[in-house]
Design a protein. Sequence first.
Length: 107
Amino acid sequence: MNKKGGKYFYPARVPWRTARILIGLGLCGRNVENSETVQKIAKWLLEHPNYSNGRWQSGTGEWNTWLETTALTVQALLSVGISPQKDRIQKAIKNLYDARSEWIQER
């Protein structure tokens, strides 16, 4: 977490980095039921400024797509007990499925 007390991992514009940390915490047995830190990180991801209309943008330019960033963020949130019924998660999953033709593309 940053020195100013924010619940993200440097840099703040990159949600997938925080999502990776959240997945790691989940693998260590931490979740939204037993960890205040996980609760705060999950809330931060759900309210991330790079989220719009069911998509988390990478914050790192074009080498990470919204598909990759959104899939990773959804995986992270679900892995620590965030409900798949949350509106933002539902929209993200719909967008991911709607973009199936883009899942495997050479760049």
